[in-house]
Ligand binder design. Structure first.
Ligand code: UDX
Length: 435
């Protein structure tokens, strides 16, 4: 079976390499020539643990190739659409330009029965519209089937999540599409991966509702953190205690600066936008609060910084972390970079440290100072902000670094540092949601 993957960003590049690992011949189609050049060389143009090895192995082995010419996907039996659906400028809605362009350029090539599988996160109803478009434009007409197979991979664990997904969802309207997807995912299905076979609309909704639920869990615990701070309670103990209830679970109850990245923030916004178009905006009204709670945590870190540095002359702030989460160089909607940007605008001398994300961070906030040397970031700082939970920050010896900074003040924006140890070393510490 020949598989094409249209769009080779985070999702598509990982999916293409994953499909090659499963034994399929794969052609990845990507319109950005810089990305194509890198991928053809077996290089991954972003940071994702394990992916460079997987990708280069299959490029060298000849099972995986990349092109910017969609015509090279003509012979594929299955086409996965993996293009981005970013937030539209000036609106909460998703920008479907890339999805539409993929279908418009692919459809004329579909001269025989094939299956086009959407993986991008889209507003519910998109698949139905694209089905009609395929029927209209494809020479094979209604023999060019559309299916929806949402992707749940997490950055940092993308390879593992692709090769060993925790569940599979097939949105299909036709047995042939289901059978094709069963063949593609035969390895995972043989390993008893749970499968839900459903209609197109439900499959589209599964993805956005899963992300809405995760965002809700994070904002719930962050709302509790706000209350904990008022009364001197400890949100980490609270999360442990409620998390022991199996119905709740401890995962995604880590309080801190909140969620960011290319998925959760834009997905909950696009969901509200779509619900509003459908006339059921009341059903997702709670997501406005989820977003607002999330935003407040970033602002709270800025306020704490102002409070702790009040009276300092052009204070220097060491920002630990730029990526939206560890094991990623993704700075899309990163709380850390948002805070760095805000403080920079406020006149702070901002030095940002990140083990992997300096390039993308600098492209977004060119005026800050960047370093991959942690001691250099801390030297002369008036305040240290721990904003991305890279493990290296938990290994910092507070007594040693107290000698590097000008003022030993810390905001732990990820509620992960050993606060008593930092205080014992002379640091003035604020930890979100902890006394
Ligand atoms: C998310 C979904 O998890 C994944 O299933 C989907 O396919 C894409 O969106 P990702 O964006 O890679 O994945 O990151 P995730 O691990 O979900 O974290 C999202 C954000 O939430 C990060 O900024 C993270 O720091 C934050 N987070 C997560 C918390 O603040 N607290 C938590 O307890 C968990």
């Amino acid at each position: 079976m020949l598989i094409s993957v249209i769009g080779c960003g985070y999702l598509g590049a990982t999916h293409a390499a994953g499909m090659a690992e499963l034994g399929f011949d794969v052609v990845g189609v990507e319109s950005d020539p810089t990305k194509v050049a890198a991928l053809r060389d077996g290089r991954v143009p972003f940071y994702e643990p394990g992916l460079p090895e997987l990708l280069s192995r299959h490029v060298e082995g000849g099972r995986l190739r990349f092109t910017d010419d969609i015509a090279e996907a003509t012979d594929a039996d299955v086409h996965f659409v993996c293009v981005g659906t970013p937030q539209q400028a000036g609106s909460l809605g998703a920008d479907l330009t890339y999805v539409d362009a993929a279908i418009e350029s692919l459809a004329p090539l579909l001269t025989r029965p094939t299956v086009v599988v959407g993986k991008s996160t889209v507003p519910v109803g998109t698949a139905e519209r694209l089905t009609a478009r395929l029927a209209e434009l494809a020479p094979a007409g209604t023999e060019a089937l559309l299916a929806w197979n949402p992707e749940f991979l997490r950055e940092g664990f993308a390879v593992e999540d692709t090769l060993r997904p925790d569940r599979l969802v097939f949105g299909v309207t036709h047995d042939r599409a289901e059978q094709t997807l069963r063949e593609v995912y035969a390895t995972a299905l043989a390993a008893d991966t749970p499968l839900v076979v459903t209609d197109l609309a439900t499959a589209e909704l599964v993805k956005v509702s899963a992300n809405a639920f995760l965002a809700t869990k994070i904002s719930f615990i962050n709302a509790m953190a706000e209350i904990c701070e008022k009364v001197g309670a400890d949100v980490t103990h609270l999360a442990d205690a409620i998390g022991h209830d199996k119905r709740i679970g401890r995962k995604f109850l880590n309080a801190g600066v909140g969620f960011g990245g290319g998925c959760l923030p834009k997905d909950i916004r696009a969901f509200q936008h779509r619900a509003s178009e459908l006339g059921v905006d009341h059903a997702t009204a709670f997501l406005r609060d989820i977003d607002a709670i999330n935003q407040r945590r970033r602002e709270h870190v800025v306020e704490l910084t102002r409070e702790l540095t009040a009276g300092d002359d052009s204070p220097r702030v060491a920002v630990l972390g730029a990526a939206f989460k560890p094991d990623s160089d993704d700075v899309r909607d990163s709380p850390a970079l948002w805070i760095a940007q805000k403080l920079h605008t406020d006149g702070y001398d901002v030095v940002v440290h990140d083990p992997e994300a300096i390039g993308p961070a600098r492209a977004k906030l060119p005026d800050a100072t960047y370093t991959e040397d942690l001691d250099e970031a801390l030297a002369g700082a008036d305040i240290v902000l721990h904003l991305t939970e890279w493990p290296v920050y938990r290994q910092i010896d507070p007594a040693r670094v107290a000698t590097l900074v000008r003022h030993a003040r810390l905001v732990d924006g990820r509620t992960l540092l050993d606060v008593p140890a930092w205080r014992a070393a002379g640091w003035e510490v604020r930890s979100l949601g902890r006394p």
